[in-house]
Ligand binder design. Sequence first.
Ligand code: NAD
Length: 247
Amino acid sequence: MSDFEGLTALVTGGASGIGRAAADLLAERGARVAVLDLDPSSVGAPLTGYRADVTDDTSVRAAVAAAVDGLGGHGVLDVLVNNAGIGAQGTVEANSDDEWHRVFDVNVLGMVRTARACLPHLRASAHAAIVNTCSVAATAGLPQRALYSATKGAVYSLTLAMAADHVHEGIRVNCVNPGTVDTPWVGRLLDAADDPAAERAALEARQPTGRLVSAAEVAGAIAYLASPLSGATTGTALAVDGGMQGL
Ligand code: NAD
């Protein structure tokens, strides 16, 4: 299947986990794909990696310009997967103001900066789509995730607002809301737990399917929302959470 033949895509946080799976799938389906990441050293052909820190506007603008140029689409970008993000644990008492600013800077402003840099290029596309990686945490009321959930609530609202703002320019904006996904991030979380096996079992039990979501399953949802197959869909959140919120 080659639903992305001739299209160009840019994926932030694409060196690991969900972003990497999405970048690989879009490339497999025919897109030319650039990855922006803090550390793109693991990214190789057919993907092209660019170093960027989404908390630094200058870095984002330079990397987007280089990536769009490198994609060879004459300034046209068809797909932006706004995915770079970091976690935070605890109640509102657990994190300092500095930590709140830092996580919002990556998870929310990082998507704003990247969207701002990409919009002129997306406007030139006949199939423009933005897919933001949100989370079940945006709406599920998860314990011990106050700061992280607040950032993803903002990503959800941002998705709806951007969908309304850009629909008349032919740019669709949607998000995916994963449950707990088996990525290096969750691996690090489990490694830090007192009892990693018990923690993993607890995370699995939270999802009615009884297992973690795979990065490939989230990538599939991202690819659908990025593809012309979902051409009439904008301003939606697609749950990829093993039934966590729906059952
Ligand atoms: P990951 O840690 O495996 O990958 C994240 C990538 O983002 C890394 O390559 C990292 O270098 C990059 N990154 C981090 N900060 C950056 C910055 N400032 N600038 C540029 N790149 C940066 O994590 P993942 O689990 O694949 O998570 C990806 C996204 O999915 C995040 O937005 C996360 O909130 C979301 N998400 C993850 C889960 C989960 O359970 N893993 C669930 C729901 C949502």
